[in-house]
Write a protein that binds this ligand. Structure first.
Ligand code: WTA
Length: 695
């Protein structure tokens, strides 16, 4: 196994120039929620874990907790033990006395000709109650049951999530852009018997028939032994049938019709234990099957509420817009639970950022006077390419902007700061993961200077560490890259992988656990699967995944999942998927396949492979290239050397290949992919260099 610890300082220095500090604007500092520097002392290591009481105190509890952190069964930490609360109550009911008439959501449809729609907290309360009544009384769902929600970005998505939370049902939202198969597999793994859909939605000016996915999902779940009894379907437009897919009698029900029987019904929020699972979020890891990350109610809600307040600086009077999709963790934590718990006004946008043109986001910002904006480096790169001068045409003013999900290169960061933010906004580059529930590395916007390309220092109460492969700590300022870990537990760390405690331990803790018998959290650092470098000023620069996950446009794709999809094409004998650097999306997958003997129609096979990937996962996994090769490079024991294929796709030195079982194939594939002429070898980013080394 190659090791990152061996990476020389000189290697890193080649593509890492230390950037200067940018100070937050005085106007921002003057109004910030977090402006008192003494907070760092309150969250020092000596005050861990009790420091997090301050976060829990931001919530309304039905019964207070007696133990902040229980470590008796590592690494299955328990937070705020003994406490009881309801997440929906915290996000909705508690705002009514003072703010019932305030906008909770402003829905912006994709079509600019369709008017925006405002939902007040009172209206949200009414709709969530009626929806909860359908789930409880019509579907018979009870606390602890799991429900799969496969919906696009429409108001009914957060309404359905909150309705689940109200009655203690654990929701599992699957990103709307995933295929029916992907939703069905996840529904089966979670043991859902109810799935919730929308009939249709708009994307890039087209109406997408989403109900069609429901039929595929139910069939897929059935093939995996799980029966979906009921499919509830929200209509994108009341009273109109936008989908051509027929309803299945006795199984499919329009919510619009069911709700008629539950008008004005109130459903008391069910007070659940702090450890009660609030939701599942499936994500890709290093095996073929996506894993269900399970998040608790109390610790999660406390952490996302406090971090939305401190790092995103959300005040009730702000207009906040996170352009992510609710179907990802960013949307769960920083559209739904964090902001609503703070009583924010949230913009919910149905469309894509550059449709009909790259001025759309800035028109929305101007029209709604958005002052906090949150997006991904991919969206920033895309908008910059399509309309570098668009932002200055519009009269909006952001005080705060977030970037999340992928490393951002300093050049894009500067455009975001100077052109999108007009030099007036503070930027936080927040590093975190589906598993971590909330931000773990970020600047404190009024207190720490920004540094382009660096996520920043650790968040309050978080103590990261960088390990080499042998588990030795790499010191700040050494210039050496290593594996990012977190020394301590925190309230929003996932509880486990659903139905797979063992994999949870193996994936996140086994690698750097100092003593598996210990009940001291200090012996159980969390392994993040990201590479990072720690500068002398304690700012972290994130280098990307060190496992076989490809981060494409901020979305996590498992290479093994894509390979499994390729292998469903009968002509394919072997498949290997590798990441390729892409100017806009960060990384994209490239596919290498060897065919069974005698197959000749490679054009047809290529089409079938692309179709298989799109139907089993979704369009987001569409490969950049499909290379049909005579054989894949293998070790003498028969292991496919994905590292070499990644080197070829990224025009990087393939290194020594003489020990392979079939060394001659490397040059053959290289010529096929790169052409016969001379090739300018590139210096690879850290994740490309390390790709495949874990095998
Ligand atoms: C990457 C998204 C650089 C990282 C919240 C991580 C980042 C993966 C950043 C998690 C950032 C996230 N800078 N890389 N600020 N934030 N990542 O689970 O590789 O969809 O492991 O969660 O995104 O992706 P996930």
């Amino acid at each position: 196994m190659a090791t990152v610890g061996k990476t020389e300082t000189s290697d890193i220095a080649v593509h890492w120039k230390e950037e200067g500090y940018v100070q937050p604007p005085a106007k921002f500092v003057g109004q910030a929620n977090l402006a008192d520097p003494s907070i760092a002392d309150r969250f020092s290591l000596e005050n861990f874990p009790e420091c997090f009481r301050e976060y829990a105190d931001m919530l309304s509890w039905d019964q207070s907790w007696h133990t902040t952190l229980d470590t008796s069964h590592p690494p299955f930490w328990k937070w705020f033990v003994g406490g009881k609360l309801n997440a929906c109550y915290n996000c909705v009911d508690r705002h009514l006395p003072k703010h019932k008439n305030k906008a909770a959501f402003i829905f912006v449809p994709e079509a600019e000709t369709e008017p925006t729609y405002t939902l007040t907290y009172q209206e949200l309360y009414v709709r969530v109650n009626e929806t909860a009544a359908v789930l409880r009384d019509f579907c018979g769902l009870k606390p602890g049951d799991r429900v799969t929600i496969h919906m696009p970005m429409i108001l009914e998505l957060p309404i359905t999530m909150l309705a689940c939370a109200r009655i203690g049902v654990t929701h599992s939202v699957v990103f709307g852009g995933f295929s029916g198969e992907a939703a069905g597999t996840r529904a089966a793994d979670s043991g859902s018997t109810v799935m919730i859909y929308a009939d249709a939605y708009y994307r890039n000016g087209k109406l997408i028939d989403h109900k069609a996915s429901a039929d595929i999902a139910v069939k897929t779940a059935a093939a995996e032994g799980v029966t979906i009894d009921k499919v509830l379907v929200w209509r994108r437009r009341d009273g109109e049938d936008l989908s051509n897919t027929p309803m299945v009698p006795g199984r499919d029900f329009y919510m619009e019709e069911l709700l008629k029987n539950y008008r004005r019904v109130k459903v008391a929020p069910v007070s659940v234990d702090a450890e009660h699972p609030l939701f599942l979020m499936y994500t890709s890891g290093s095996t073929g099957k996506p894993k269900g990350c399970q998040h608790r109610t109390g610790g999660y809600l406390a952490y996302v509420t406090a971090t939305a307040k401190y790092y995103q600086d959300i005040h009730p009077e702000d207009v906040y817009w996170c352009m992510a999709d609710i179907g990802w963790i960013t949307g769960h934590s920083y559209i739904v639970y964090g902001p609503l718990s703070l009583g924010a006004t949230n913009v919910l946008f149905e469309g894509v950022p550059n449709y009909p043109d790259a001025g759309r986001p800035w028109r929305i910002a101007e029209q709604l006077d958005v002052n906090i904006f949150h997006t991904s480096p991919t969206a920033i790169r895309m908008l910059r390419k399509a309309g570098p001068n668009e932002p200055q045409k519009y009269n909006y003013h952001f005080k705060h902007m977030t970037t999340v999900g992928e490393p951002i290169e300093p050049e894009s960061w500067r455009w975001y700061h100077e052109v999108v933010g007009k030099g007036e906004a503070v930027i936080v580059d927040t590093w975190w993961q589906t598993e971590t529930g909330g931000f773990l590395i970020t600047t404190k916007p009024a207190l720490d200077p920004m540094k382009a390309g660096s996520a920043g220092p650790a968040a309050l109460g978080i103590f990261p560490v960088i390990f080499d492969e042998a588990g030795n700590e790499i010191a700040a300022g050494s210039g050496r890259a290593g594996n990012l870990g977190i020394r301590n537990p925190w309230p929003s760390i996932m509880q486990t992988i659903l139905n797979n405690d063992d994999r949870f331990v193996q994936q996140y803790y086994a690698k750097f656990c100092k003593n598996p018998k210990s009940t001291d959290w200090r012996d159980w650092p969390y392994f993040a699967s990201d590479g990072a470098v720690l500068a002398a000023d304690n700012y972290y620069r994130i280098l990307g995944r060190v496992d076989d996950v490809i981060n494409t446009a901020g979305h996590r794709l498992g290479t093994k999942e894509i390979e499994s999809a390729c292998l469903t094409v009968p002509q394919v004998a072997e498949a290997a998927v590798v990441p390729v650097v892409d100017e806009i999306k960060g990384r994209v997958p490239a596919i290498y396949v060897a065919l069974k003997p005698g197959v000749t129609d490679t054009k047809q096979v290529t089409e079938d492979i692309i179709r298989a990937v799109e139907t089993m996962i979704g369009k987001i996994a569409r490969p950049k290239g499909v290379h049909i090769v005579a054989d894949l490079p293998k070790t003498r024991s028969g292991k496919i050397m994905r590292r070499i294929l990644a080197a070829i796709s990224n025009r990087v030195d393939t290194g020594d290949v003489t020990t392979l079982a079939n060394p001659e194939i490397v040059e053959q594939i290289r010529k096929q992919v790169q052409g016969d002429g001379p090739v300018d070898l590139q210096d690879a980013p850290e994740d490309i260099k390390r790709f495949g080394e874990q095998e």
